[in-house]
Design a protein around this ligand. Sequence first.
Ligand code: MN
Length: 292
Amino acid sequence: MTTRSVEAIIRPGAPHYVGDGFRVHNFIPGNQGANMQRMNPFIMLDYNSKYHFTGTEKPRGVGVHPHRGFETVTIAYQGKVAHHDSGGGGGVIAQGDVQWMTAASGVLHKEYHEEAWAREGGIFQMVQLWVNLPAKDKMSPPKYQAIKNETIPQVDLDTAGSTVKVIAGNYQGTQGAASTFTPVHLFNARLKSGARADFSFPAAYHTALLVIEGAITVNGKHEAPTDHFVLMGNDGEAFSIEASEDALVLVMSGEPIHEPIAAHGPFVMNTRQELIEAFDDFNQGKFGYLED
Ligand code: MN
């Protein structure tokens, strides 16, 4: 097994708002190399780093909008998001929970801070990751997996409380909670200061880390502080992370989907023609109905 190198350590850029409830740093596609094909099947990553929202009677968020051609994965670290979709689905994504929504052929949904949480306000911290679907699955029926924190399988690394929670894929023989269309590994690694975790994925898999809490050293020499994104190379399989202070790291690795990408706003398809069809279908109400 050869070592996978660190290709780039990317600092968070200036944040922007998605609606009025998500103050995010965009890392994928970003403008620092982690573009859609470079990270495919991970085609978008918005990170709301810790931010204090004041209490309000009118929850902040983003109103009704469509998606087609991929999956949205929402990972809550602090705060609560309420979700409703045109398929009648809905729920609350609270601290430690993950919502894995397969938009596929198309859904309308809205994402807001949960009402009671919004009233109090507080520190909000969240990731939204978009996972691409292969052409053959882009028009499959929508669905979603509401994955509660306590149902995410956990691998204990030591007796001090260092753990790897397996959201999807497989870590050291422990199978993740989410089902995926293509091979995707997604973990939350919580390491006590000084603890080390080793990972190995096929060299071709696009792989990255996001430091949610604390600071880490990758492969014994590359330091990555809080809120930084580590783009790993494709020159080897294995790498290690070591916590220089108590740390929480989102680890992602996925088999590339070798297909063209045509993306515009909330639609990610293979061809421009399919994008036009998506807009037509949306305008004709074929994504269903959801009240604002
Ligand atoms: Mn959305």
